[in-house]
Design a protein around this ligand. Structure first.
Ligand SMILES: Cc1cc2nc3c(=O)[nH]c(=O)nc-3n(C[C@H](O)[C@H](O)[C@H](O)COP(=O)(O)OP(=O)(O)OC[C@H]3O[C@@H](n4cnc5c(N)ncnc54)[C@H](O)[C@@H]3O)c2cc1C
Length: 416
C-alpha cells in the first residue's frame, strides 16, 4: 500500500477500515543469505538498502524487543553533518543528503525538519576551533556559517548572553541540520524493507553465534537456530554482549545517556541549540515539548535508565543557557545505552571472523548517521568492500594507531 493524500481520502471515505499493517509478522525461515542482529535504525536501514540498492532480499532483521525499543526511539532526534575530519565529514554529509530525500524514497512521513543547528561558543579559543571546523566543512562542500554575538542574539534573544563565566560570543550554524521524528524512521525503514521481501522478526533474541571451521553459519535464538550466509551485527548498546558470542573483544564501552521532554509550550525555540560550555542541547518538538539532554552518566551500564545526579546537572546547564527554562515543567526522562568507541567515531567493517560483519561505535550521535550507516553497511555486505565514504571507519584503526579523533580529545572515551 502506497501512502499519499489520495490514500488518506480513500481511507477516510471507507471509515478507515482498509489500512493494512505496515509490515508482516513472519516466522523465521531456516536460512537467510544475510541476518542482521538488531532492529534499530541501523539494522533496519541496512536491510532496506540491501534490498533496494543491491537486490539482496533473502534477509532477516532479528530484534529482541519491538521495533523502535532501542536508541532509535530514544534519541533527541538531531541530525547534522558538522564534522571536521576526513574520516567522518563525507560520511555524515552523505547521511544528511539521504535524509533530505528520505521521505519520498521510502514513502513515509518522518517529519524531516531542517530547522538549523547552532553550536554556541564562549571564548576566543573556542571561536577559533569552530572557525576551523566551519572552514573544514565548507571545504567539503557542507554549509556552515560563523555568527557573531549580535547575529545569534537576533535569532535567539532568550539565551543568557552575559553569563559571568560563560558569556555567549557567537555560534557556528549549520542551516541544513535539524530534527527528524525518530520512531517514524524505524517504522519507515521497517515498512520499506518488508515491502521488498525482508523478514522483520520482532521478539527474537540472538543468544549465540554458531561457527563451523572458523566461519559463522548462523545464530541461536529464543526461537531456535537460524542459519545464514553473512551475519551483520547492528546491536548498538549491546554490541559488546553480542560480540562476545563470537569471542570478539571490541574497543567499545556501553554507557547510559538520558534525555528529557518538558510540558508542551507555545513555539519558542525555532532551531537546535547546543551549549559550548557544556554538552547541553535542546530543540522544540512539533507538539511543543522542549526536548533536551546533556552528558553521559559516566559509568558503564546496560540499563536503559540513568541517575538523578545527571538529571540535576542537565537542568543546571539548561538554565544557565536559557534562564526561562526554570519555569518549564519536565514531563518525562528516559535513558538509552550507548556503544561508545574509544575515539568517538563509528566502525563499519568486516571482522577477523569469516562471514561476520560489524556496525557499531555510534556513541551519542548515531541517529543522524542512520541512512548512511545502512547504505554503507549494505554496500559492504553486498560487495565485500567498504563504501568510499566509510573507508576510514575500520575496526583495526585502533591497533594501527589511525584514530578518528573527531572531538580533539584523543582516544579517551571519558573525554568525548
Ligand atoms: C538519550 C539519547 C539521545 C540521543 N540523541 C541523539 C541525537 O540527537 N542525534 C543523534 O544523531 N544520535 C543521538 N543518539 C544516539 C543514537 O540514538 C544511536 O547512536 C543510534 O540510534 C544507534 O543505532 P540504532 O538505531 O541501530 O540503535 P538501537 O535502536 O539501539 O538498535 C539496536 C537494537 O539491537 C537490539 N538487540 C540488541 N541485542 C540483541 C540481541 N542479542 N538479539 C536481537 N536484538 C538485539 C536492541 O534491542 C535494539 O533494538 C542519542 C541516544 C540516546 C540514548
Amino acid at each position: 500500500m502506497r501512502y499519499s493524500a489520495y490514500s488518506i481520502i480513500k481511507q477516510a471515505l471507507s471509515g478507515n477500515r482498509l489500512w493494512q499493517p505496515a509490515w508482516r509478522e513472519p516466522e523465521p525461515k531456516p536460512h537467510y543469505d544475510v541476518i542482521i542482529v538488531g532492529g534499530g535504525g541501523h539494522g533496519l536501514s541496512t536491510a532496506y538498502y540491501l534490498a533496494k540498492e543491491f537486490g539482496i532480499t533473502n534477509v532477516a532483521v532479528l530484534e529482541k524487543g519491538y521495533i523502535g525499543s532501542g536508541n532509535v526511539g530514544r534519541n533527541t532526534t538531531i541530525i547534522r553533518s558538522n564534522y571536521l575530519l576526513e574520516g567522518n565529514n563525507p560520511f555524515y554529509e552523505l547521511s544528511l543528503q539521504l535524509w533530505e530525500g528520505l521521505e519520498q524514497d521510502f514513502n513515509y512521513n518522518a517529519m524531516v525538519s531542517q530547522r538549523g543547528v547552532m553550536n554556541l561558543f564562549h571564548s576566543d579559543g573556542q571561536r577559533d576551533a569552530y572557525a576551523r571546523r566551519g572552514n573544514g566543512m565548507r571545504m567539503h562542500g557542507v554549509d556552515a556559517e560563523l555568527l557573531d554575538r549580535e547575529q545569534v542574539r537576533r535569532m535567539m534573544p532568550y539565551l543568557n548572553f552575559d553569563h559571568a563565566r560563560f558569556p555567549i560570543l557567537g555560534g557556528l550554524y549549520q542551516p541544513r541540520g535539524g530534527t527528524v521524528r525518530h520512531d517514524a524512521v524505524a517504522w519507515g525503514y521497517a515498512r520499506g524493507a518488508n515491502q521488498r521481501g525482508v523478514d522483520v522478526i520482532q521478539h527474537c533474541e540472538v543468544t549465540g553465534i554458531r561457527r563451523e571451521n572458523g566461519r559463522v553459519v548462523g545464530v541461536e535464538t529464543n526461537r531456535g537456530f537460524i542459519g545464514c550466509g553473512k551475519l551483520a551485527l547492528a546491536a548498538a548498546g549491546n554490541t559488546t554482549t553480542v560480540g562476545r558470542m563470537a569471542d570478539l573483544d571490541l574497543p567499545i564501552e556501553t554507557h547510559v545517556l538520558q534525555a528529557f521532554v518538558s510540558e508542551g509550550l507555545k513555539p519558542a525555540i525555532d532551531n537546535v541549540i547546543t551549549y559550548g560550555a557544556g554538552h547541553f542541547y535542546i530543540s522544540q518538538s512539533d507538539k511543543g515539548g522542549l526536548v533536551f539532554g546533556a552528558e553521559l552518566d559516566f559509568y558503564s551500564s546496560y540499563a536503559q535508565r540513568g541517575n538523578l545526579q545527571t538529571v540535576e546537572h542537565t537542568l543546571e546547564e539548561g538554565v544557565t543557557m536559557i534562564p526561562g527554562l526554570s519555569r518549564a515543567k519536565v514531563l518525562r526522562a528516559w535513558g538509552g545505552v550507548m556503544d561508545m568507541s574509544m575515539d568517538g567515531s563509528p566502525i563499519i567493517d568486516r571482522t577477523p571472523i569469516d562471514n561476520l560483519y560489524l556496525n557499531c561505535g555510534w556513541c551519542y550521535g548515531g541517529f543522524k548517521a542512520t541512512p548512511a550507516s545502512g547504505f554503507c553497511f549494505a554496500h559492504l555486505l553486498a560487495k565485500d568492500e567498504p563504501h568510499h565514504v566509510a573507508r576510514f571507519l575500520r575496526l583495526d584503526r585502533f591497533e594501527r594507531g589511525y584514530m578518528i579523533d573527531e572531538s580533539g580529545k584523543g582516544p579517551q572515551p571519558n573525554l568525548h
